[in-house]
Design a binder for this molecule. Structure first.
Ligand code: NAI
Ligand code: MG
Length: 499
């Protein structure tokens, strides 16, 4: 019998009302890891109800006290980092060092947001009238629905859950159907740390059923979503009709620009890490390299050579550089783009096919793939592939490189390799993405700065960190206190003060 996991609703671990389940597999080996509830609208309704009932008490719990629980959560995660990392590798596939990084991100975000419990800065400004106090504070929204993908099964949820909780919201979380066990283990830690029942509820299941029910539920005030553009847009439309706030963090088509004056070895390292780390399944992964003419050949040769030598395998093995893709459909999507690229006339330098030798046949492996002679308008250069597939594009100048970088319907992360400080600052000014790196790859953001992107990548909110994350999960309330003892009229009675 496979190990069984449950929904967490109102402080209790319970199955789906229908009794239906989803099996979670190891994408490297096909091994069954356990079963989780395949929830439907009834389970979601119970969870939302529990969250709604818990809200009054939680919002009135002093923020430093809320934060104390979050700090305890972060400490438990840190103590359990190795076992959580191993589970994460088994369920999601990324190599263990990256899985440990994913877990560390949750520790960092937990600690950061625990600190916010003693800040949650509002505004205090002078009033235009005498004997009047003007300030603004942050109010929680109420019940927040959180929908997350599988590629960062603990980091991305932690970017949403910690800030939403410290701000005083109560939550219903629907994790990705590919990584539900890690979600259950994460939620167990909140229970252990003493989070009151109903404040954080977990409902596992398929997006079309459980996810959609969460979006539609009238008591859910906001949806925080990370995932595909397709579903993100659908949710945005639904939320617009229902009058809900929605924070979206969607895809990327991130590029690394390498200029003629770049450190080529450093740039190559940055490209390999950003394109093939997490098998290219990061929203910040590099899928385009934009090169100027003098470095084109050497970058293409080095990158193809290094990519062809990456060792595929089970992410738990220390000999593995690149793990599997999350599932069969994901591998098929990468392959489809290899075919599209060939059809569009790009030159395949390496990869371009499934990896099925020996043990690899048990999992969803795809060979690190590099295309050269890609032009900016090819589908290969425009669409999110979300796998180990990299396109090399030539530009004649810095200006053209930046134009190509900005010329996609995404705007998450970009990087430029150059040894010229003036060029770097020009790029910092003109690159139109939410995250910019100078002389580093496109991946690896830190929690103390905002995370998110422009154009199709999002809808203007920032999560992941930095003070702006609090804006996503709070409503501003401006408060005026008049202690003059008489009726003072703003914009009207001020005239007499200056004359
Ligand atoms: P997805 O967008 O379908 O799934 C993300 C989350 O949304 C999951 O929890 C899923 O259950 C939920 N969901 C799906 N349909 C829903 C609906 N109708 N209503 C409410 N929730 C729903 O992403 P998927 O299918 O896992 O991956 C497809 C592609 O999306 C990838 O190949 C990649 O291009 C992109 N993607 C981008 C991510 C990023 O970090 N930006 C993360 C995951 C996927
Ligand atoms: Mg989907």
């Amino acid at each position: 019998m496979a190990r069984e996991f449950f929904n967490y609703i109102d402080g209790k671990w319970i199955p789906a009302q229908s009794g239906a389940t989803i099996v979670s597999h190891n994408p490297a080996t096909g091994e069954t890891l356990g079963v989780v509830p395949a929830s439907d609208a009834r389970d979601v309704a119970r969870a939302v109800d529990a969250a709604a009932r818990a809200f009054e008490k939680w919002r009135k719990t002093p923020a430093p006290h809320r934060a104390e629980i979050l700090r305890h959560v972060a400490e438990i995660i840190r103590a359990r980092k190795q076992s959580l990392g191993e589970l994460l590798t088994r369920e999601m596939g990324k190599v263990l060092p990256e899985a440990l990084g994913d877990v560390q991100e949750a520790v960092d975000m937990g600690m950061y947001m625990a600190g916010e419990g003693r800040r949650l800065n509002g505004l205090l400004v002078p009033s235009e009238l005498p004997n009047k106090w003007a300030m603004a504070v942050r109010d929680p929204l109420g019940v927040v629905g959180i929908i997350t993908p599988w590629n960062f099964p603990i980091a991305v949820p932690s970017w949403k859950i910690f800030p939403a909780l410290v701000c005083g919201n109560t939550l219903v979380w629907k994790p990705a159907e590919d990584t539900p066990i890690l979600a259950a283990e994460f939620v167990k830690i909140f229970e252990e740390a003493g989070l009151p029942p109903g404040v954080l509820n977990l409902v596992t299941g398929y997006g079309e059923l459980a996810g959609a029910a969460l979006v539609e539920h009238p008591q859910v005030k906001m949806i925080s979503f990370t995932g595909s553009n397709e579903i993100g847009k659908l949710i945005a439309v639904q939320c617009a009709q229902l009058g809900k706030r929605v924070s979206l963090e969607l895809g990327g088509k991130n590029a690394i620009i390498v200029l003629d004056d770049a450190d080529i070895d450093l740039a190559t390292d940055g490209i390999i890490w950003s394109a093939f780390g997490t098998s290219g399944q990061r929203c910040t992964a590099t899928s385009r390299v934009i090169v100027t003419p003098d470095v084109h050949k050497s970058i293409a040769e080095r990158v193809a050579e290094r990519a062809s030598k990456l060792r595929l395998g089970d992410g738990l093995l220390p000999t593995t550089d690149v793990g599997p893709l999350i599932n069969k459909a994901a591998a098929a999507k990468v392959h489809e783009y290899s075919e599209i690229g060939k059809g569009e006339g790009a030159t395949l330098l390496t990869g371009g096919d499934y990896a099925t030798e020996g043990e690899l046949a048990r999992g969803h492996f795809y060979k690190p793939t590099v295309f050269d002679q890609v032009t900016p308008t090819m589908r290969l250069a425009q669409e999110e592939i979300f796998g180990p597939s990299l396109s090399i594009i030539r530009a004649d100048s810095l200006a053209q490189a930046i134009q190509i970088n900005n010329g996609v319907n995404f705007g998450l992360s970009a990087s430029i390799f150059t040894s010229n400080v003036n060029t770097a600052f020009e790029a910092m000014r003109d690159i139109a993405t939410g995250i910019v790196y100078i002389n580093a790859g496109t991946i690896g953001s830190e929690v103390q700065l905002p995370f998110g992107g422009t154009r199709g990548t999002g809808n203007g909110h920032r999560e992941g960190g930095g003070p702006p994350v609090l804006d996503a999960f709070t409503e501003w309330k401006s408060i005026y206190v008049d202690y003059s003892g008489r009726l003072q009229r703003a914009q009207i009675d001020t005239d007499s003060l200056v004359s």
